[in-house]
Design a protein around this ligand. Structure first.
Ligand code: ZN
Length: 411
């Protein structure tokens, strides 16, 4: 793989210094970022195999969807929006998972990834793959990175996973990960902690500890779920708590203090009337030093794969519910789908433009859809006005997969 040079854009690095380079350049070599800086410092005769002129555009790191359910692509917008969350799970989501054939799940996942990539998402975390083999085979046809976990659900009578089957599925993901390094990243996961057998959690914990995997699960169904996870043997610093809205505040604060990460899905939560703003706690948890991330979540209710839209929605929900402009800012919201999300998923090469990071970038250009240019703060632009419709180019591992809003045929 050669050298790709992106120049003249406003580069939003998402590095810890909150660096924004007004007229910058980014050089990607062999899939990794090798240099970034001010265009003035770029040697006149800098050579590259490919060049993107990002003049007038904003360049951000590849976007991360830290909690997605791609299989639900098949039941998008089918559920009556007046149904509550529980009814939606019973009437639509459980039957979907019970009847999901390998082909349908694989196709749903691929369509999800393609749509997500067209919105600038370069990493999708799917903690609930059912037919791991067929899904991974299909995923390999799209150049989007996948953080993959197998569906492990053991006490509900309808979908039952034996601990040994959960382990076999996770091993299958690890095999694929060793073949497609850095494109498939294994994740230990259970649907929820309360309805998982202790044996299942213990089995997953042994594997997660051996391989240094992040463990994720939907929390917030009862008290002391963290104690259960700890007792099963998981390292709390490598636990990613999904569905934080139902958690008792003191449990969440305790988990944050012990180094757990958190992911919330604004569309799912808000469309269910779940109270993201009031009970989501993400701004406060990140003030305590916790890594927080956002996900697209379920799609049977109103949902979106456009993570910039998700980030903007979350920021507005937190500001509005707390009657405060200062509770979060655009940097926080963007980092919850880039830098902080990478930290939450244990991806040390994603979410930031640093030398040695993955060469994943998104070039946003409002003029692509005839909108006015970016005049002021590029972060405020990206979070509150950017989104799918402004995604001009998407680069994953130095390879341009979307050009002028259209997929590039991969050679
Ligand atoms: Zn979920």
């Amino acid at each position: 793989m050669g050298k790709l040079l992106i120049k003249h854009g406003t580069i939003v690095s998402m590095s810890s210094e909150r660096g924004v380079i007004k007229d910058g350049y980014l050089l990607v070599e062999d899939g990794l970022i090798s240099e970034l800086g001010d265009v003035c410092d770029l040697p006149l005769l800098a050579s590259s195999d490919a060049l993107i002129d990002a003049d007038g555009s904003v360049v951000i790191p590849g976007i991360i969807d830290a909690h997605a359910h791609p299989a639900e692509y098949m039941i998008r917008e089918v559920a009556d929006e007046l149904l509550d969350g529980e009814a939606r799970v019973r009437r639509w989501i459980l039957p979907l998972y019970e009847n999901m054939t390998p082909d349908v799940e694989a196709m749903a996942t691929r369509m999800f990834l393609e749509e997500a990539a067209s919105c600038g998402t370069t990493v999708v975390a799917d903690p609930m793959m059912m037919n791991v083999g067929s899904v991974l085979e299909e995923v390999a046809k799209v150049n989007v990175r996948v953080v993959a976990g197998a569906l492990s659900w053991s006490l509900r009578d309808r979908i039952y996973t034996e601990p040994k089957d959960a382990l076999a599925a996770l091993r299958r993901i690890e095999d694929e990960s060793s073949r497609r390094r850095e494109m498939v990243i294994p994740l230990a996961s259970a649907v929820d902690v309360v309805n998982s057998s202790y044996e299942l959690l213990e089995t997953l914990a042994v594997e997660a500890n051996k391989k240094g995997l992040i463990f994720t699960s939907h929390f917030g169904f009862s008290r002391n779920e963290l104690d259960l996870v700890r007792k099963a043997g998981f390292d709390v610093e490598r636990v990613l708590i999904a569905r934080v809205v139902g958690m008792p505040v003191e449990d969440a604060v305790k988990a944050a203090g012990e180094g757990a990460g958190f992911v919330a899905c604004p569309y799912t939560c808000m469309s269910n009337g779940g109270g993201l703003g009031r009970r989501g706690m993400l701004p406060e948890l990140s003030q305590l030093g916790a890594r927080v991330a956002l996900g697209s979540g379920g799609l049977s209710s109103p949902g979106s794969t456009d993570m910039l839209r998700v980030a903007g929605l979350a920021a507005l929900a937190f500001k509005d519910s707390r009657f405060s402009t200062s509770v979060v800012d655009a940097w926080w919201a963007l980092s919850a789908v880039t830098a902080q999300a990478a930290d939450a998923l244990g991806l040390d090469k994603a979410g930031r433009f640093d030398e040695g990071s993955w060469g994943d970038a998104v070039i946003l250009d409002p003029r692509l859809r005839g909108s006015g240019s970016v005049v002021g703060d590029p972060l405020i632009y990206a979070v509150y006005r950017g989104g799918c419709h402004h995604v001009k180019h998407v680069i994953i591992g130095g390879r341009t997969i979307l050009e002028y809003g259209k997929f590039v045929k991969q050679r």
